[in-house]
Design a protein around this ligand. Structure first.
Ligand code: ATP
Ligand code: LTN
Length: 332
């Protein structure tokens, strides 16, 4: 990367199997940036351990997620696709940035508040400083844009504040990044509690649809999705369940809300819910099948993640040594 093109960076945690929310809010859009930007995509396993993980499951999820990113259309030869823990510069810059991030700023992070409430028995320091490691991920690559779902906007804004603070003291060290959030699918809600976002780490497996779910499982989950009693396919703030299903249907088919409301007028949920299920089955089918194919050749996946780590390290080390020099660390 010699910065003739702008840089796009994004990351995703191998904290479970990825959901339709992750796909619609993030992954699905990532390949398209490859034509215009130098793209960097990262499986953020160091972020995942802020919540307790089973080691065997974490290994599997990281490998499967790596394959899924390729299955969605990320070209590991053209872009940089790698695993966070394979590039030590992330943890190193994360440490330095901790010293330029305020306790008050981290205390205001919505994700921290939500996760400390849902994991009250394990409110660890890593969960609190999660955003500074994320800032390190982004700033190491002199990133211009960060394609993410709506829930990550606050973290990208904090990253910008940290970068600005650092640049204010030491001169232009970091590029200031900006979040890019999709218009449709930016916030897919839970199927059982539609006022909460769909999350891969939720307890109730009927609340999310996984990219690797079988067509039968997908259909079953949509048929059971929580709606309301008036059976009218119309988007409104009083109808969060149906509104979510309409958004999912639009994001899957490319149709507008008005078109969908018109087509299902007077048809009730008995027709609408299976139609949403079918649209999602077809949307996810190619990704699931390609992931299964890629997972059959672990040797090739290992070759590709080593290649990614090498390419990522070369860029990240440059930024890190610049930072260390500015801070006054003796050269290695
Ligand atoms: P966890 O449940 O472990 O916190 P997560 O499901 O929120 O994880 P991440 O790995 O943290 O997923 O996020 C990966 C990407 O998916 C991010 O860009 C995030 O904004 C996006 N994303 C996550 N959940 C949703 C959702 N429900 N709707 C749209 N985008 C989402
Ligand atoms: N915090 C993000 C995952 C993430 C990320 C990043 C996203 C870690 N590092 C860098 C974009 C850029 C999440 O929870 N979804």
């Amino acid at each position: 990367m010699n910065k003739t093109r702008k840089v796009s960076f994004s990351g995703i945690q191998p904290s479970g199997n990825i959901t339709l929310g992750n796909y619609m809010g993030a992954l699905r859009n990532w390949p398209s940036y490859q034509d215009e930007y130098d793209c960097v995509y990262c499986v953020v396993d160091e972020h995942a351990i802020t919540v307790r993980q089973d080691p065997t499951a974490l290994r599997h999820h990281a490998m499967e997620l790596f394959a899924q990113l390729i299955a969605t259309g990320i070209d590991p030869e053209k872009s940089i696709l790698f695993i966070q823990s394979h590039v030590p510069a992330h943890a190193e810059l994360g440490w330095a940035l901790n010293c330029y991030t305020m306790f008050g700023e981290l205390s205001r992070m919505i994700q921290f508040k939500e996760k400390s409430a849902s994991h009250a028995d394990n409110v660890n320091a890593g969960l609190f400083t999660y955003p500074t490691l994320m800032a390190a991920d982004i700033l190491l690559y002199q990133t211009d844009i960060v394609p993410v779902g709506e829930d990550q906007r606050q973290h990208v804004e904090l990253t910008r504040d940290i970068a600005q603070r650092f640049n204010g003291i030491y001169g232009d060290v970091f590029t200031l990044p900006e979040a890019v959030i999709p218009k449709v699918g930016a916030r897919v809600m839970s199927l059982t509690e539609p006022t909460k976002k769909m999350s891969k780490s939720a307890e109730n497996e009927n609340s999310y649809v996984l990219v690797m779910d079988s067509p039968d499982a997908i259909m079953r989950k949509f048929k059971r999705a929580v709606t309301d009693s008036d059976a009218c396919v119309r988007k409104s703030p009083e109808k969060p369940g149906v509104s979510n299903l309409i958004d999912i249907y639009c994001a899957a088919t490319g149709e507008s809300v008005e078109e969908v409301e018109r087509r299902f007028e007077g048809k009730g949920y008995g027709n609408f819910k299976p139609a949403v299920g079918e649209a999602v089955v077809e949307l996810l089918r190619p990704v699931r099948e390609e992931t299964e194919r890629l997972m059959a050749d672990k040797g090739e996946l290992e070759r590709l993640y080593r290649l990614g780590a090498q390419k990522a390290s070369a860029v990240a080390e440059r930024t890190l040594s610049k930072v260390h020099k500015k801070l006054g660390f003796l050269p290695r």
